[in-house]
Design a protein around this ligand. Structure first.
Ligand code: MEV
Length: 441
């Protein structure tokens, strides 16, 4: 086994790379050159990125693509998307155009409540704890005054704090459950700072609460942290049109398409294995915009999947109906997003992404992101129930295969043309590429 390293974070960037190259790579020169190849020549920009995290040695590129033509509530957006998976941006763009001709997307924010909890253990009489909580509650709020001052000025802040008895789930376990409105900020730091202050004030107050016995005074704060499960920070996006207007595909009638589409959604509602893949397709759209706009995609993922399982079984995030000849397709997702604070003020590409979206409020961004998820799901289901997914996927994958083979631009365009009306398989691409190379020898 290799020896552990001490004080790695104290090394300079060059020293870190040296250490890594010496310990983990046979061709150390090659490793160093790959690492440095991704450094930005603009030293200030590189320093900015270095300082986002610890122990940075280089940058990791993800494509930043654009899906244009999204009509949302009567505004036309070009949506920035960051992800590595080929065909996602193409699918989003296709879905955007499809719905542009059919009235566009409608979206509305249902609620914007964020949640945080102080988890604590209390051994004693519950009634006394309730009385103590009611007495200390105004003090808990007051103690956070300096933290919440600016947020309150802008119209947000703490909405409420309640005591929750969780002893049915775990012996002696209680919570201070707090709700917040953090306006255009995602609000993680704000919420966590408030919670830690609640915990301090709550614990200190218990020490002198006259009704408590010695044991009851000994409240044990376990942790204070926001929850990424935000079922009341919810946005809805939808599309609808007459069934007759639905499909341009000659191989399936609009009515049959609509019925098959609804069936596909019903399957994802009924069957968790399918629901996970179905929702993964939704997240292709959601995550890509969340990343491009500098938001925390892990928080969004965790919250969205918890919401998908809110009724006890993991199920579809999207819904579809046919009613009186009208096809309706919609999504409801919890999205705790921010358009100020965090990376949004720091990362030049995030700033650019937000400017491109018209400097949206957090609520507007929630709508845009939900639409991206719905569009992605529409594109996936449309392909799955008609041509199958591989046709589009492999077309996009063709470029990856050609890049792996080291094809020139000219060779790429010849091979792409060859596969215009032909199924793309890895072996067929290699065969055609080799034929082409052989001919030019
Ligand atoms: C692939 O990234 C996403 C899909 O599998 C989604 C789906 O099956 O609905 C195509």
């Amino acid at each position: 086994m290799k020896k552990p390293v001490d004080g790695f974070s104290k090394l300079t960037k060059e020293e870190k790379i040296d250490w890594l190259a010496n310990h983990y790579f046979q061709d150390r020169k090659d490793a160093v050159s790959i690492i440095k190849q991704y450094w930005n020549t603009n030293a200030a920009l590189q320093k900015l990125h270095d300082e986002f995290i610890e122990n940075t040695i280089t940058n990791y590129y993800l494509p930043f693509g654009i899906a244009p033509n999204f009509a949302i509530n009567g505004h036309l957006y070009s949506i920035p998307m960051c992800l590595e998976e080929s065909s996602v941006v193409a699918a989003a763009s296709k879905a955007a155009k499809y719905w542009l001709k059919r009235g566009g997307f409608k979206a509305e924010v249902i609620a914007t409540e964020k949640i945080g909890q102080v988890h604590f253990m209390y051994h004693g009489d519950k009634e006394k704890l309730v009385r103590y909580f009611n007495q200390i509650k105004p003090l808990l709020i007051e103690a956070t005054d300096s933290i919440t001052k600016n947020m309150r000025k802008r119209g947000g802040g703490i909405l409420d704090i309640i005591l929750k008895d969780k002893t049915a789930d775990l012996d002696n376990y209680y919570q201070i459950h707090a709700t917040f409105d953090t306006l255009d900020a995602m609000g993680a730091n704000f919420i966590n700072s408030c919670l830690e202050q609640f915990a301090k004030t709550f614990k200190a107050g218990a020490n002198t609460y006259e009704e408590f016995t010695e044991e009851e005074r000994d409240i044990q704060i376990v942790m204070s942290i926001l929850s990424n499960y935000v079922p009341n920070c919810l946005v809805k996006a939808e599309v609808s049109c007459k069934v007759d207007e639905l499909n341009e595909d000659q191989n399936i009638s609009p009515q049959a398409f609509a019925e098959k589409f609804v069936r596909a959604i019903d399957i994802a509602k009924a069957e968790p294995h399918r629901a996970v893949t179905h929702n993964k397709g939704v997240m292709n759209g959601i995550d890509a915009v969340v990343l491009a706009t500098g938001n925390d995609f892990r928080a969004i993922e965790a919250g969205v999947h918890a919401y998908a399982a809110k009724n006890g079984t993991y199920s579809s995030l999207t819904h579809a109906t046919i009613d009186n000849g009208i096809f309706k397709f919609w999504i409801e997702v919890p999205l705790a997003l921010g358009t100020i604070g965090g990376l949004t003020n720091l990362h030049p590409l995030v700033k650019l992404a937000l400017e491109m979206l018209g400097k949206p409020s957090a609520k507007e961004l929630m709508q845009i992101v939900a639409v991206a998820g719905l569009a992605q799901n529409f594109a996936a289901i449309r392909s799955l129930i008609t041509t199958g997914i591989q046709k589009g996927h492999m077309k996009m994958h063709l470029m990856n295969i050609l890049n792996q083979l080291g094809a020139t631009d000219e060779e790429k365009s010849i091979v792409v043309e060859l596969f215009h009306n032909k199924t793309v398989t890895h072996s067929e691409v290699i065969k055609e590429f080799n034929n082409l190379r052989a001919k030019s020898l």
